[in-house]
Design a protein around this ligand. Structure first.
Ligand SMILES: Cc1ncc(COP(=O)(O)O)c(C=O)c1O
Length: 382
C-alpha cells in the first residue's frame, strides 16, 4: 500500500496543533509529528473499538498485552530481553520523566543532561526544584558526540536521550558504555528515553542502554512508546521499563501506581497493533524520510552552505546552526520572513542559541516549499 501524505490544503483542514498553532499562511516544520496518514491496521483497530461503543472499564488484559508487545519488539529489533513484570504504562513520556525525577532525586539535587536537549528534559529538572548539570555534547565537525573524556558532573541521576533529540545522533556502544561505567561506579539512576529508536537510518544501530548488562540495567528506567514512529502522539500511551524489580520498588515507594493514572484503551490497543502489525508501513515511512533527508542535505549544501548541519542518524528532525549567518533569533526571523515555523534552538539550552530545529516528515513537495521559503527569506535580507 502507498503511504498517504497529505497536501497543504488537506493538512490545514485537519485538526491538530502542528498546522494550527501559527497563521494560516505559515508552513509548520516544528512539533515532532508527521504529515502522513496513520497505518491502516491502527485505524481499523480504533474503529472496531468505537463501533462497539464500549467505553466501560477495560478488562485489564491490555496492559499485560502492551508489556508483551514491548518485550517482543525489543527482542526482535534489538536482541534485548526484557522482564514484562517491570513494565508500567504511562500516558506520555514527559509524565514518566517528571515522575522519575521526583522518585529518584530530592529538591536541590543535580540531574545530568546532555545539552542541547529536548526542552521537557530541562522542565522536568527545573520545575521539580532540581538543578541541571550539563554534560554537553561536542560538535566534532562531523557529528555531535558524547564527550567521554570530560567528567560527568556529580549527580544522582542522568536523563539520556537516545536517539538524541535534537541532534539525531544514535549513540554508539562505546559512548554508551563510557556513561554506563560512570553510572555503575557512582550508583546513579538513568532514565533512557528511546522514543525515536525505531527510526534509525541505514548505517546506525540503536543499542538500548539497559541492554549493556545487568549492572547498568539495575539502574536504568527505559521510557518509550509507539507514538513517534507510528505517528499517534495524541493517543497518549507509553511505558516505563524498570531494569530490576528493586528499582521498580524504589520508584513505587515515592510514586505509587495510582498517581500515574491509567492509560486509555485506545492508546493501549493502537500501540500493541503498531508494534505487532505495522512494520510494513514504518518501512515505507523510513524510505520516504531517507529521501527527504537526502533532499535536505543536498539543498543545504548547494543553496545554503553556511548553515551548519550534520545529517541525523535517526528520526526526522534536523538541527540547523545559523550562527555564521548572524541571525540573532533564527526561529523568529523565519517565522516573520519565510512564514515557516521551526523550533527555537534556544529552547534546547544555551548551546542552542543561533540554532533552529526543522521537521522534515512531510511530503517532498511541501519540504521543497519550506526550503525555498527559508532560502528566499535569507536572500531577500542580504
Ligand atoms: C525525545 C522525546 N521524548 C519524548 C517526547 C514526547 O513524548 P510524549 O508525547 O509521550 O510526552 C518527544 C516528542 O517529540 C521526544 O522527542
Amino acid at each position: 500500500m502507498e503511504l498517504k501524505s497529505f497536501s497543504v490544503a488537506e493538512l490545514r483542514a485537519r485538526p491538530g496543533r502542528k498546522w494550527h498553532m501559527y497563521g494560516e499562511d505559515v508552513l509548520p516544520a516544528w512539533i515532532a509529528e508527521m504529515d502522513f496518514l496513520v497505518a491502516e491496521p491502527i485505524q481499523r483497530a480504533l474503529e472496531q473499538l468505537a463501533e462497539r461503543a464500549s467505553y466501560g472499564y477495560e478488562e485489564g488484559t491490555l496492559s499485560p498485552a502492551l508489556a508483551e508487545a514491548f518485550a517482543g519488539r525489543m527482542r526482535g529489533r534489538f536482541g534485548w530481553e526484557v522482564d514484562t513484570e517491570t513494565v508500567v504504562p504511562v500516558s506520555d513520556l514527559v509524565q514518566a520523566l517528571f515522575a522519575c525525577v521526583c522518585a529518584f532525586t530530592k529538591p536541590g539535587d543535580n540531574v545530568v543532561l546532555q545539552m542541547p536537549i529536548y526542552p521537557p528534559f530541562q522542565h522536568a529538572v527545573r520545575e521539580t526544584g532540581r538543578r541541571i548539570a550539563n554534560h554537553p555534547l561536542v560538535n566534532d565537525a562531523s557529528r555531535y558526540a558524547m564527550d567521554t573524556a570530560r567528567q560527568v558532573p556529580d549527580a544522582p541521576m542522568l536523563l539520556l536521550c537516545n536517539p538524541h533529540n535534537p541532534t539525531g545522533r544514535v549513540f554508539e556502544r562505546h559512548e554508551l558504555e563510557a556513561i554506563g561505567r560512570t553510572v555503575v561506579e557512582r550508583d546513579m539512576v538513568v532514565v533512557s528515553d528511546e522514543i525515536h529508536a525505531d527510526m534509525t537510518y541505514a548505517g546506525a544501530k540503536h543499542v538500548p542502554f539497559a541492554s549493556l548488562g545487568p549492572e547498568v540495567a539495575a539502574r536504568t528506567v527505559t521510557i518509550t512508546s509507539a507514538t513517534k514512529a507510528f505517528n499517534i502522539p495524541g493517543l497518549r500511551c507509553g511505558l516505563m521499563h524498570f531494569g530490576s524489580p528493586a528499582l521498580r520498588d524504589r520508584f513505587r515507594a515515592t510514586v505509587p501506581d495510582r498517581m500515574l493514572g491509567t492509560v486509555n484503551q485506545f492508546g493501549l490497543k493502537a500501540t500493541i497493533v503498531a508494534w505487532q502489525e505495522c512494520d510494513p508501513w514504518l518501512d515505507r515511512v523510513m524510505a520516504l524520510l531517507q529521501e527527504n533527508r537526502a533532499r535536505l542535505t543536498q539543498f543545504l549544501r548547494s543553496e545554503l552552505p553556511r548553515v551548519g548541519y550534520h545529517e541525523p542518524e535517526a528520526t526526522y528532525l534536523a538541527w540547523l546552526d545559523f550562527r555564521r549567518l548572524e541571525l540573532a533569533q533564527p526561529q523568529r526571523f523565519f517565522l516573520e520572513h519565510a512564514r515557516v515555523a521551526l523550533n527555537d534552538g534556544a529552547d534546547f539550552g544555551t548551546q542552542g542559541q543561533g540554532h533552529a530545529r526543522l521537521n522534515f516528515a512531510t511530503s517532498p513537495a511541501i519540504l521543497d516549499e519550506i526550503l525555498r521559503h527559508l532560502r528566499d527569506a535569507l536572500l531577500n535580507r542580504e
